[in-house]
Write a protein that binds this ligand. Structure first.
Ligand SMILES: Cc1ncc(C[n+]2csc(CCOP(=O)(O)OP(=O)(O)O)c2C)c(N)n1
Length: 614
């Protein structure tokens, strides 16, 4: 794998960050307040912002490293541009906390990513200063291209358009599609602020990262290197030390005055000012979880630390390594997420069989098709929500060609604190449309291992596995079979059949227990392979008073709809209740609580069944 060495950022200062004397931050309620500060106050303001970021984000969880890296850059942006009249678009948006603090939301930071609190991304509902909230990377330059065209057509030529894009996001193909247009329109002003910290989560892969490193190196050595952006016809300013607010401000003013497409290359350090983040070579605290409450009685009587349960991702990582040892043809791909998808273990053990392609899901999927055509079995590990990007590639490049590619969809279902753009609630609806693609949903760690082995053993077309962001469920042994499904419970004379998708099996069993105790005997089935729907399971469901499907996909076109369609096509009469997530953009919150709110926990499922039975 091509990867820039971390720490090659040569322009940023190595000097200690000043500690924060109180005062400036609390006085900033809008960008005009930032503009009014004397230049001499900027280092102190930056120090206060860092202190507040560390204090809050270490408690709530969130994108600490990226935000610590953009403090001065954000201050400079709000001194030069007039948001929201000037449009500032943050690529991905995970680095917008400082922008929020400077646009009147400093006091809301305490509720970051908490249910009902401030979003961890820009949010149009929160502020007119937030334009783009989708948080899927590499879109900013397309948005600014459109905004710049719109302002030109409307004659609003005094409005600047700014896209802030990371070197990681710049590995995404959409950025280059946008640059292809932006650079061609030499008289249409667009300011592209390139926030170059040399890293995505991990050091940025590929020649884009290498070129940026070359530009940084040349600047330090005082050499002239013509940037790729200039070769494409744009102006290029920098590289500038992105932690020198005054220097960035000077360059941004120059960029604005050019009234042309221009790239301002800012060199920053992810995690700057927080020693644990700076020392974290894996990802510079790109995203951290909330502080764990101190254990009260978890240490047990013998004083041993409470057992840490493996996550679904941990189990996947372990089993994939085991498969890799037996199967030299198994290769793995990630789109800039080797660590978060658990692939770093496989990549560490089999570096020649692991590919980090950058933030490039579409390319990852078609490249996997090529790997399969070349005689290998690729496993593409991707967050469920990001597979949406590559639907056409799954459909036409993989499935039409019947290539044996396995997709591992981590973060399926409710993901929690990342909100609407990150909930993995679309995959079953989309993948259900793909002819010849089989989708599995493991109910527990043991099933994840088995299903992954079955998926990579399948050579007649693509397969997918989906599981959530959570600890792997406790193993639920089968008590029998119903068609191709595992029966997890079979009360004598069962009236209700609950068919649960993957990790929701536990909730279905809890509901069955509650209903059974109240005199409604139940059976619970886990299809394991959920799509296409098993005709034998449909046949086996006939005769129950009520059949209930339970899934954490959106209701439209999910497993329940697929089951109903299969029953309809087979002309089987089934009284069907389909329980799923509401088909709308769901806010951020805690997974367990959100599932309960959607009636997808044990008591919620039982209540829906009681209501349906009247
Ligand atoms: C389409 C898509 N794939 C993956 C991600 C996950 N992701 C979030 S931030 C990030 C790295 C972004 O790196 P960069 O743009 O350089 O910003 P930095 O965090 O370094 O400031 C990735 C891969 C995403 N948000 N969108």
């Amino acid at each position: 794998m091509l990867a820039e060495t971390p720490g090659r950022v040569t322009v940023a200062p190595a000097a200690p960050v000043p500690s924060a004397p109180a005062g400036f931050l609390d006085a900033v309620t809008c960008p005009a307040d930032v503009k009014a500060l004397p230049e001499s106050a900027l280092p102190a303001l930056a120090a206060e912002i860092r202190e507040r970021l560390v204090e809050v984000v270490c408690r709530t969880g969130g994108h600490l490293g990226p935000n610590l890296g953009v403090v001065e850059l954000t201050i400079a942006l709000h001194r030069v541009f007039d948001s929201p009249r000037d449009a500032i678009v943050w690529d991905t948006g995970h680095q917008s906390y400082v922008h929020k603090m400077l646009t009147g939301r400093g006091s809301d930071l305490a509720g970051l990513r908490q249910a009902g609190g401030m979003s961890g991304y820009p949010s149009r509902a929160e502020s007119p200063h937030d334009l783009v909230e989708n948080s899927h990377a590499s879109t900013s330059l397309s948005y600014v291209d459109g905004l710049a065209k719109a302002f030109a057509v409307r004659g609003e030529t005094d409005r600047a358009v700014v896209g802030v894009v990371g070197d990681g996001a710049l590995t995404g193909g959409m950025c280059w599609e946008a640059l292809n247009n932006i650079a061609a329109a030499t008289h249409r002003p667009v300011v592209i602020v390139l926030n170059d910290n040399g890293r995505s989560y991990a050091p940025t892969v590929g020649v884009v990262g290498r070129h940026l490193a070359e530009l940084r190196g040349a600047a330090t050595a005082g050499e002239e290197v013509r940037s790729l952006f200039e070769q494409l016809g744009m102006a290029y300013l920098g590289p500038v030390d992105g932690h020198d607010a005054a220097a960035v401000e000077t360059l941004l003013r120059k960029a604005r005055a050019l009234a042309a497409p221009v790239v301002v290359h800012c060199v920053t350090r992810k995690g700057l000012g927080h020693a644990p983040a700076e020392a974290d070579e894996a990802d510079r605290m790109h995203a951290i979880g909330p502080a764990k409450p101190a254990p009260t009685n978890g240490a047990g009587t013998n004083g041993a630390a409470p057992a840490v349960r493996p996550t679904w991702t941990d189990v996947l990582a372990d089993e994939l390594c085991a498969i890799g040892a037996r199967r030299p043809d198994v290769v793995a791909l990630s789109a800039a997420m080797l660590g978060p998808t658990g692939l770093s273990h496989f990549a560490g053990r089999y570096p020649e069989r692991a590919y980090d392609v950058g933030i490039a899901e579409q390319h990852a999927v078609t490249s996997a098709a090529g790997l399969a055509m070349g005689g290998l079995h690729p496993v593409v590990c991707i967050y469920a929500t990001f597979l949406n990007r590559a639907f056409d590639q799954v459909l036409m490049d993989v499935a039409l060609h019947r290539q044996a590619v396995t997709f591992v969809l981590d973060r399926a279902g409710i993901t929690g604190s990342d909100g609407p753009s990150h909930h993995g609630m679309w995959d079953l609806s989309l993948l259900g449309l793909v002819p010849g693609l089989r989708v599995a949903a493991p109910r527990d760690g043991q099933r994840l291992r088995e299903l992954l082995r079955e998926a990579v053993a399948w050579s007649d077309g693509p397969t997918a596995l989906r599981f959530p962001k959570a600890d792997a469920a406790v193993d639920l042994p089968a008590v029998g079979r119903l068609g191709g499904a595992d029966l997890l419970r079979a009360d004598p004379g069962a009236e209700v059949l609950l068919v649960a998708v993957g990790a929701l099996a536990g909730a279905a069993c809890a509901a069955a227990e509650e209903l059974s105790s109240a005199g409604v005997p139940c059976a619970v089935a886990d299809p394991r392979w959920v799509l296409p729907v098993d005709p034998e399971l449909v046949a086996g469901s006939v005769g129950y008073r009520l059949v209930v499907t339970v899934e954490d996909n959106g209701g439209a076109g999910g497993f329940g709809d697929a089951f109903a369609r299969a029953a309809r096509l087979a002309r089987r009469r089934v009284d069907l209740l389909t329980l799923a997530l509401e088909q709308r953009f769901l806010p951020h919150g805690e997974r367990r609580m959100m599932l309960a709110e959607h009636g997808l926990d044990g008591p919620g499922i039982a209540a829906s069944v009681r209501a349906a039975l009247g």
